[in-house]
Design a protein around this ligand. Sequence first.
Ligand code: C5P
Length: 223
Amino acid sequence: NLPTVITVDGPGGSGKGTVTQMLAKKLGFHLLDSGALYRLTALAAVRQGVSLEDEATLIGVAASLDVAFEPTPPGEPAKVILAGEDVTSEIRTETCGDNASRVAVMQPVRDALLQRQRDFRKAPGLVADGRDMGTVVFPDAPVKIFLTASAEERARRRFSQLKDAGVDVNIDALLEEIRVRDERDMNRSAAPLKPADDAQVIDSTGLSIEEVLDRCMAAAGQA
Ligand code: C5P
């Protein structure tokens, strides 16, 4: 009997990252931030001077990622260590996210990361955050959530996150980046971003993070 999984899929800025951290903390479950693996693949490739179009070499980069997620106090994002170096903030840049979505269109790169993701499924349970958690990685998950929000709302959230972090950005440019990335994630042939047939769709537009958490807990049958 495999430990339980709650999958939370959706576009960037839908609140997934925050809500999955809160869910995992509340339930005492492990957390898989699958986007970090695609971001790390892109970062490692750039550092090794590998072209983001060189699929054959990228497969090797993904397969041999030397990564550790170091636990921080519960509810905080894990520290992400790549080959001994803390890259927690480096993988969060827009450039790294954009590069991640370029390598994520390649099916063999996705295959190279598949087992690594499934290995996160441990007792007492897992909250899995991504794009294809419910459709591909954990198709048998008993609870599947698809979290969305309008592109404008997601741009606003990202804008204030970046502003709080002291990063100077233009909201229109951000909205455009979000649209381009959504387009690429939804229209690729390899594991496109879409709700699983048995997913519960939650639209977080206009909801506070606590309200989103409540709905996710209700979806998980724990509220
Ligand atoms: O969620 P995050 O913004 O960290 O993901 C970065 C990119 O990685 C996404 O835009 C998507 O292209 C890719 N990704 C994916 N499948 C996942 C998680 C992320 O293709 N399960």
